[in-house]
Design a protein around this ligand. Structure first.
Ligand SMILES: [Fe+2]
Length: 422
């Protein structure tokens, strides 16, 4: 996950930061708890990282960007970890190749757990310094480190899902049944007036710098679907031959779908009797027509929208509409929208593809130093997703949040909400 500088208007007291640090770090370990050490070492594709690497890299962040700068008599836990667990910070130095993270059988999981415990103890010592000077320097960096770790918490779930899906055993991440969803409420179209609006973070609490600066943008009147597109609705597109009709697809999307021979969403499967299933973190499950369709690429989301006589929202439309939406936190699989009133499922189910390229806001400036290295460098050939997903940890979502992935990415919990002209 990329790294962006923290923006905070107030400095919270030390004890709150320390408690937050302990809570976020413990949650990361809890996410790894259902997995064996063998599960944690494997890498299923270059885009996904082993759980062991996530555990170490999030720790590396605190060691490299905080302890190395601020700890008196700093000495690394292990000098080689600076390279092994550097994701892509050229300003830090060499990196172990991304596609070869699964080859790191050493350090073993026990050593990575010891690395986490060591860095946590050293961080708590630093956080015990409650002087104003320490707080001013330390707290924004700790906040950034925790926000970074939360991004990796989501990646841990999507990466392990991709890994488990490689096995014919179709193993479960959690040994708990996924109950049948209640009926989804009918899709309603909600009208928004738009106008000259303020887009970007409003300054209250943390944000990444890609959410800044807040700026004016004109949004024409538009309509937004009250909920996400469901599996049942998307299945109608599949059944209508949507994957075989170029008329619905962007040119690059059509090349992409044909080159891979795709016929339906990632993790879907149809058995010999014609029954559809979906691989989930609860193992393989019957495809539930009421739950939101997920793991779509931008190409698939856009093709469905074209077929349905609609379009994807722009990120400005989405943010404008989300101003008063409830920020829900999900579980391990998207749930149905059973409430028919107002705007549903903006947060906590599926990230929502927009038609907006991931580009800098007007006046955006790349911050100096290694931590600012990536703020602008990802702003090419990717698309913005809004909202949050069932894998996003509590407290990480907000209306101005800009997630981004290439148009063909399918392993995140990515879905779609339709928009249309009035
Ligand atoms: Fe990272």
């Amino acid at each position: 996950m990329d790294m962006r500088l923290p923006q905070q208007t107030t400095t919270p007291p030390s004890e709150l930061v320390g408690a937050r640090y302990a809570q976020v770090r413990a949650h990361t370990l809890a996410l790894a708890a259902p997995l064996s050490d063998e599960d944690c070492g494997a890498q299923s594709m270059p885009d996904a990282s082993p759980i062991k690497w996530h555990l170490a890299h999030t720790t590396w962040f605190f060691e490299t960007f905080i302890l190395e700068r601020l700890e008196p008599d700093f000495a690394p836990f292990h000098p080689a970890f600076r390279v092994l667990f550097n994701s892509y910070y050229n300003g830090v130095g060499d990196k172990h190749p991304r596609a070869q993270r699964g080859l790191l059988t050493r350090p073993a999981m026990d050593q990575v757990r010891a690395y986490r415990a060591n860095v946590d103890a050293r961080m708590m010592k630093l956080l015990a310094d409650t002087t104003a000077a320490a707080r001013e320097l330390l707290h924004p960096l700790v906040t950034l480190g925790l926000q970074h770790e939360q991004q990796h918490q989501e990646l841990m779930l999507t990466d392990v899902k991709h890994l488990l899906a490689q096995s014919a055993l179709l193993p479960e991440y959690v040994d708990a049944p996924l109950p049948p969803a209640s009926a989804a409420a009918p899709l309603a179209w909600l009208a928004f007036d738009g106008g000259l609006t303020d887009i970007g973070h409003d300054g209250a609490g943390f944000c990444f710098d890609n959410e800044l600066p807040r700026h004016k943008q004109y949004v024409a009147p538009f309509q937004l679907a009250s909920r996400l597109v469901t599996n049942g609705e998307y299945l109608a597109f599949v059944a209508a031959g949507g994957y075989f009709n170029a008329a619905h697809w962007l040119a690059e999307g059509w090349d992409w779908v044909r080159a891979q021979g795709l016929k339906y969403p990632f993790y879907w499967r149809q058995d010999e009797q014609g029954a559809w299933t979906e691989f989930t973190l609860h193992g393989e499950q019957p495809l539930d027509s009421h739950r939101p369709v997920t793991h779509l690429s931008l190409f698939e989301a856009d093709a469905y929208a074209q077929w349905a006589g609609a379009r994807l929202p722009t990120e400005a439309e989405w943010e404008y509409a989300a101003a008063h939406a409830a920020i829900d936190t999900g579980t391990l699989h998207p749930a149905a929208a059973t409430d028919g009133a107002g705007l549903q499922q903006m947060f906590g189910q599926c990230w929502q593809w927009t038609s907006s390229s991931y580009a800098p806001y007007p006046g955006f400036q790349v911050a100096p130093g290694a931590l600012g290295e990536y703020n602008g460098k990802f702003m090419l050939n990717q698309y913005v997703l809004r909202g949050s997903s069932c894998a996003t940890p509590a407290g990480h979502a907000r209306a101005s949040y800009r997630n981004f992935f290439p148009a063909g990415a399918r392993w995140q919990f990515t879905g779609l909400r339709l928009a249309r002209q009035p």
